[in-house]
Write a protein that binds this ligand. Structure first.
Ligand SMILES: Nc1ncnc2c1ncn2[C@@H]1O[C@H](COP(=O)(O)OP(=O)(O)OP(=O)(O)O)[C@@H](O)[C@H]1O
Length: 304
């Protein structure tokens, strides 16, 4: 479990993390999101004791990172997949890490197998693609068989197979009861693998909620889409039921405040032919854009 309480980090005049409180729970994949410069990396560095908080606390399993006897066995992290000695082979890199923690060589072989690096384990890291480096970073994070995993952009640079693999891996790790905390700018991917989402903007908490709760914040959540050849018959019927109706095209209506079933029933009663009827699914991307609209540090010209 990762627990941040009123966590604050200032660099001179810049407040990178501002009174942030959240919890990443065991058995759960928690996605960590925020616009560029929101303070995600700083938060992750604070969790790992690479930075000292200006105020507030952050603990892993109730203890500060600095107080852990064998950190690799408690929390595995991948912050920067490229931060590996380029002249070392993948195997040597993992073995060196393992030795600092009394982790047996057999575990090195195991994580190499788990991350699909067998065929390149003897190669120097400097020749690695970003995808291979990501796998190596994840292998290092898994080395101590930790209860908590923290991964910064783990699917960055991975091909579709790799993306699928990470999705399954994090789901499996959470199913084993581990805490998985990961950042990603790939909303679609995160929506597929995270149970909960923590969203920050300008260092502050914007949302800490389950995926369904977050999706509910999406503009399209609760919207019914209906395509009909008889909008002139259907629209008055829907308005009578208290619906908000917006014509998207001549024959497509977006309806709010009327359930999917009631739209169908109303169409039947009004004698309107329905060609399509569907509940629009909210998307994480939409919810995210909505929640972070005021917190984007660097924005292309034009209003959102
Ligand atoms: N060592 C530092 N010294 C001064 N300012 C810093 C330092 N590290 C981060 N910052 C500032 O703190 C803020 C948060 O940065 P951080 O890298 O944590 O954001 P982020 O959410 O990880 O962004 P990105 O998505 O772009 O990686 C930014 O304004 C950044 O410029």
């Amino acid at each position: 479990m990762i627990e941040a309480q009123a966590l604050t980090k200032r660099y001179g005049p810049t407040t990178a993390v501002d009174g942030l409180s959240f919890t990443a729970l065991p058995g759960t994949v928690t996605g960590f999101l925020g616009p560029n410069g929101a303070g995600k990396s700083t938060t992750m560095r604070l969790v790992l004791g690479l930075e000292r908080p200006t105020s507030g606390t952050v603990t892993i399993g109730g203890r500060r990172y600095a107080d852990l006897d064998a950190p690799l066995r408690t929390v595995g992290a991948m912050l920067d997949a490229r931060s590996v000695h380029p002249g070392r082979t993948a195997f040597r890199h993992l073995l060196a890490l393992a030795r600092t923690h009394g982790i047996p060589r057999s575990r090195v072989d195991e994580v190499i197998g788990m991350t699909g690096l067998e065929s390149v384990a003897g190669r120097r890291v400097k020749g690695f693609s970003l995808g291979m480096s990501q796998r190596l970073g994840i292998a290092a994070a898994l080395l101590g068989d930790p209860g908590t995993l923290m991964l910064d952009e783990p699917v960055n640079g991975l091909d579709p197979d790799g993306v699928l693999w990470v999705r399954k891996l994090v789901r499996d790790l959470a199913a084993e009861g581990r805490t998985v905390f990961l950042s990603s700018h790939l909303m679609h991917e995160l929506a597929l693998c995270a149970d909960r989402v923590v969203i920050i903007g300008r260092g502050r908490l914007l949302a800490d909620a389950s995926m369904p709760e977050i999706l509910h914040q999406s503009e399209r959540a609760g919207l019914v889409r209906v395509r009909t050849s008889d909008p002139a018959l259907l629209v008055p019927a829907l308005l009578q039921l208290g619906g908000d109706v917006v014509a998207q095209q001549d024959d497509v209506l977006h309806v709010r405040h009327v359930s999917l079933e009631d739209v169908g029933v109303a169409a039947g009663r009004a004698g309107a032919t329905v060609l399509e009827l569907a509940a629009e699914a909210g998307s994480l991307e939409e919810a995210y854009l909505r929640l972070t609209a005021d917190s984007v540090q660097y924005q292309a010209g034009g209003a959102r």
